[in-house]
Design a protein around this ligand. Structure first.
Ligand SMILES: Cc1cc2nc3c(=O)[nH]c(=O)nc-3n(C[C@H](O)[C@H](O)[C@H](O)COP(=O)(O)OP(=O)(O)OC[C@H]3O[C@@H](n4cnc5c(N)ncnc54)[C@H](O)[C@@H]3O)c2cc1C
Length: 393
């Protein structure tokens, strides 16, 4: 397997790096996940506007919709260059990675005209209203209902773990419009204005003290039928488009950790013990293995294949590597680790969440068991029984 860039990939990497080197100074260098949201959101919105103004807001969107019309390999190269340049994290991950692609592929012309450029410019921020208290790994079991009333739908239910919902302008919503058919067949996909009466957003505090995600309550929320994407009952197909893009976005989120920074931390201490040297070496090996796994993913993508099993293996490797990095850093920091906040302490506290978001470790293992080892799927009568005949909590 040749791991070097092809001539066209190298040219794209050079163009991306040149742009980032010219513009990254426009945002503060010390902006991190530690930064206060009141400070970081305007900066990340401004950065999004800079990307939009210069044609870098969406690598894989078609050119006629404001993207670059390139493929997933270029997307990964762009992600790598953003990590290298230490750009702020994207303010509109759901908008660009999920809502936009769903609207482009399944939406109407009116919807494309209304939403797409505002997503790219960062004028309107989006969140994903999919997971529910009883529907996470088994997302098709969602129970939030939407009932038709003339030209509107009336939505009732509860969503949870909705990242960024506390500052989002719009949400992509999955709701059940028919309970008399099997669970995947009765779901419809909507766009919901987060200021609609009946939408209540309640932030959830995490163990790092931040409120990254929220509970969202929907009480008699009226959504115009014009905000439906795709057919009534066709929402699972639309959601699959967004979940595929979500996996790509997760696969590209390596920017949460940089091996050179960890080596820099060790060097700044001077008296690193043999045990800590051992931890560092292990983390380095995990990091290199992950790099090679990602190269395999890129190679498959470049050949037009969908790397589902490799993606699962890479996600498991990522969480193992992040846990090793956080433990190593905390060991090097010693008592200072609990005396003050910092990026390593934050990494330690957010890694359990990364194991869960975008498909838990167990779900990744199930996919590897089925797709690599060829083991049979679990028996699951809920795939075929009507939703209203399923036993639920
Ligand atoms: C940081 C973060 C951000 C998120 N952002 C969003 C968001 O913006 N919007 C949104 O809609 N959701 C979001 N989520 C929710 C996320 O998609 C779910 O948490 C995830 O799908 C798991 O669902 P759950 O939490 O309900 O756990 P469950 O599905 O209830 O799982 C509980 C446990 O059971 C295990 N388990 C479940 N099913 C199986 C199985 N078949 N085989 C073996 N083990 C199994 C799981 O691995 C887990 O350990 C986010 C989550 C995190 C952590």
């Amino acid at each position: 397997m040749d791991l070097s860039d092809s001539p066209s990939e190298a040219a794209f990497r050079h163009e991306a790096r040149t742009f980032l080197e010219q513009h990254v100074h426009e945002v503060p260098a010390d902006l991190s996940d530690e930064s206060d949201e009141a400070e970081s959101i305007p900066v990340r919105k401004k950065w999004q506007r800079t990307l939009f103004d210069n044609g870098w807001a969406a690598i894989t969107w078609p050119e006629r919709h404001g993207g670059r019309g390139l493929g997933p390999v270029e997307q990964i190269i762009w992600n790598q260059e953003c990590v290298r340049a230490k750009t702020p994290s994207s303010i509109n991950i759901v908008g660009i990675g999920m809502a936009g692609p769903a609207i482009i592929e399944h939406g109407s012309d009116e919807q494309r005209d209304r939403y797409l450029s505002r997503i790219l410019s960062g004028e309107e921020i989006w969140c994903q209203l999919f997971s529910e208290p009883n529907a996470g790994s088994d997302l098709p079991a969602l129970a939030t209902s939407a009932k038709r009333d003339g030209d509107e739908w009336v939505v009732n239910g509860q969503k949870v773990w909705s990242s960024a919902a506390h500052f989002a302008d719009w949400g992509i919503l999955l709701a059940r419009t028919d309970s008399s058919v099997p669970k995947r067949k009765g779901i419809t996909f909507f766009l919901v204005d987060m200021t609609t009466p009946g939408v209540t957003v309640r932030p959830l505090r995490q163990m790092n003290g931040k409120t990254h995600f929220n509970e969202v309550f929907l009480d008699d929320v009226r959504i115009p039928d014009g905000n439906r994407v795709g057919e009534v009952g066709g929402g699972w197909g639309v959601a699959t488009t967004t979940l595929l893009h979500e996996r790509m976005a997760v696969g590209g989120s390596m920017g949460v950790f940089n091996m050179d920074d960890l080596i820099g931390l060790a060097n700044s201490r001077g008296d690193v013990s043999p045990h800590e040297r051992d931890l560092l070496a292990r983390t380095y090996i995990y990091d290199r293995c992950l790099e090679l796994l990602n190269a395999r993913v890129m190679s498959k993508l470049a050949h037009g294949e969908i790397p589902t099993a490799e993606g699962s293996i890479a996600k498991l490797a990522l969480t193992r590597m992040l846990a090793a990095a956080a433990n190593t850093a905390l060991s090097i920091l010693g008592p200072r680790a609990i005396a003050e906040p910092g990026i390593w302490q934050n990494l330690f506290l957010i890694t359990p969440g990364i194991r869960v978001g975008g498909g838990t470790d167990d779900i990744q293992r199930n996919m590897i068991a089925e797709r690599v080892l060829g083991l049979p799927r679990d028996e699951d009568e809920s795939r075929t029984l009507p939703f209203d005949q399923l036993r639920r909590n």
